[in-house]
Design a protein around this ligand. Structure first.
Ligand code: CS2
Ligand code: MG
Length: 408
C-alpha cells in the first residue's frame, strides 16, 4: 500500500482550519487537522514544502515509523508549527488504518473504557449577572461542567474570554480584522479581589454538583497563583487552568505547597518533554495537550500513559480553533483513555461545520458520543471547502496599565 498524494486546505466557516487529506493507491484516504490558531499558514507551508514530498510513496500503515521519520529525522526538531503538521499526518494515517481495518479509532486504541465522555462548555459574562445567565444556559442544555470566565469591574478593557456583549459560543479568540493585534489591559489586583468571590457566587447559585472550571490564562506570577489557588479552595473547583506560565516549571511547586486546588496545564505544549516534569513530579492534576499541537495520536497516547502513572488525568484542549477532525480524534481517545478527566467542547457537531466536515459524532446532555464509523469518522467536503480561503487574524496582546507587555 502506498501514499499517492496529499493536499492541504486552509479555511472554514469563520475559521482558518488547516485540513490535510492523504490519498492512497487503494482508494482509501485519511484526514488530519494541522490548525495552529492565528499561525495557520505555517503548518500548511511546512506540510507542502517539507513533509508531503517525502510522504509520497510511503506505506501509510507504518504510522509509527513515519512519525519518527518526520520528528526524529528533522535536525531542528519540534516546535508548534512542525508538530501541528506532523500531527495532521499522524491523524490521517490512523484514519486510514481504521478504514482499512473497518474499525473506529477507539477500537484500535484498546476499545471503550466508558460509553461517553464528560464535556465542559464555556460560560462567559461581561459582568456577574451576565455570567450567571450564560452558566444557566449550559446547565439547562444538560452540561454537568462549565468553565466560568467573567469581566472584572474597573478593568479598562474586556479581559480574557469576556468580550463586550459576546458569549462563549461566538469566536472571541480570533480578531479577523487583520494581523496587527488589539491590546487588552490587565490588572492583577482587580482580578485577585474580584474573581474568587465571583466563583463563590457561581457555586452558591448553582449548588454543589456543577463542575466549575476556571482559566487564569497564564496571567499570575507563581506567588499570586498560589494565593489564588488557596483562596478558591472553598469553591471546590474541578480545575484551575494555567495559573502561571509553565515555562519555569519548578514554580508550580509553590502552588502545590499552598493549595489542594486541582491544576490543569498544557494547552500550548507540543512535546512529551514539556509534560514530563509536571507529570512525573505530580505538580499538576490534568494534562491539557491537544492531539494537533502534540503531534498527533501517536505521541498523545504516550503522554496520557505517562500521566496515568502519576494520577494525572486528561483534559484535552478543545478551543474553537480545532477542526472537527482533531476534536473527533480526541473524542475517540476520550472513550478509551483509562485516566480520562474531561474534554473542553466548543465545536464537534455544530451546524456551522457540519456541511464541511460531515460526521455522526454527537453530544447529548453534556457528554460526547463517538460514532462507530471506521477511522476518525469525519469526512471533508471539498466542494464546500472551495468557498473558503485564509483570512488574516490575530489574538490580542495584553499589557499592564503602565504599558508593560504581559502574558496572553
Ligand atoms: C483557552 C484557549 O480554551 C482555552 O482554554 O485558553 O481558548 C486559548 O485562548 C486559545 O486556544 C488561543 O488560541
Ligand atoms: Mg486555556
Amino acid at each position: 500500500m502506498k501514499i499517492t498524494d496529499a493536499k492541504v486546505f486552509v479555511g472554514g466557516p469563520g475559521k482558518n482550519y488547516v485540513t490535510l487529506k492523504i490519498f492512497t493507491d487503494q482508494g482509501v484516504y485519511g484526514l488530519g487537522d494541522a490548525t495552529l490558531n492565528n499561525r495557520e499558514t505555517l503548518p500548511a507551508a511546512y506540510l507542502k514544502d517539507y513533509l508531503i514530498p517525502c510522504l509520497i510513496g510511503m506505506d501509510p500503515r507504518k504510522s509509527e515509523d513515519i512519525w519518527q521519520f518526520f520528528y526524529r529525522g528533522a535536525y531542528f526538531r519540534g516546535g508548534p508549527v512542525a508538530m501541528a503538521a506532523i500531527g495532521a499526518i499522524d491523524m490521517a494515517l490512523w484514519d486510514i488504518k481504521g478504514k482499512i481495518a473497518g474499525l473506529p479509532l477507539y477500537q484500535l486504541l484498546g476499545g471503550k473504557s466508558r460509553d461517553s465522555a464528560l464535556l465542559y462548555a464555556h460560560a462567559t459574562g461581561h459582568d456577574l449577572e451576565d455570567l450567571m445567565d450564560s452558566v444557566a444556559r449550559y446547565v439547562d442544555e444538560g452540561y454537568k461542567a462549565v468553565r466560568v470566565q467573567c469581566g472584572i469591574p474597573g478593568m479598562p478593557t474586556a479581559s480574557y474570554a469576556t468580550p463586550d456583549g459576546k458569549h462563549a459560543d461566538q469566536d472571541y479568540i480570533t480578531d479577523f480584522s487583520g494581523i496587527i493585534p488589539k491590546t487588552e489591559i490587565w490588572d492583577t489586583d482587580l482580578y485577585m479581589r474580584f474573581m474568587p468571590d465571583a466563583l463563590a457566587e457561581v457555586r452558591a447559585r448553582f449548588g454543589p454538583e456543577l463542575h466549575i472550571l476556571h482559566d487564569v490564562h497564564h496571567r499570575l506570577l507563581p506567588r499570586e497563583a498560589a494565593e489564588f489557588a488557596k483562596a478558591v479552595e472553598p469553591v471546590g473547583l474541578f480545575w484551575l487552568e494555567d495559573p502561571t506560565p509553565a515555562e519555569d516549571q519548578s514554580a508550580l511547586r509553590l502552588i502545590r505547597q499552598h493549595s489542594t486546588t486541582p491544576i490543569a496545564i498544557g494547552e500550548v505544549f507540543h512535546s512529551i518533554w514539556q509534560c514530563n516534569k509536571l507529570i512525573s513530579e505530580e505538580l499538576i492534576d490534568f494534562i491539557r495537550v491537544a492531539v494537533t499541537y502534540a503531534g498527533g495520536i501517536t505521541p498523545t497516547r504516550r503522554i496520557v500513559d505517562l500521566a496515568g502513572m502519576h494520577h494525572v488525568r486528561t483534559g484535552f484542549h478543545g478551543a474553537p480553533s480545532h477542526s472537527p477532525i482533531s476534536m473527533a480524534a480526541q473524542a475517540h481517545l476520550n472513550v478509551w483513555v483509562p485516566n480520562f478527566g474531561i474534554q473542553e467542547y466548543l465545536v464537534l457537531g455544530t451546524d456551522a461545520c457540519g456541511a464541511l466536515f460531515p460526521s455522526e459524532h454527537s453530544v447529548k446532555d453534556g457528554f460526547s458520543i463517538v460514532s462507530d464509523a471506521p477511522g476518525i469518522g469525519v469526512d471533508f467536503d471539498e466542494k464546500e471547502a472551495a468557498q473558503y480561503s485564509y483570512k488574516p487574524g490575530s489574538h490580542p496582546v495584553v499589557r499592564l496599565k503602565d504599558g508593560t507587555l504581559w502574558n496572553y
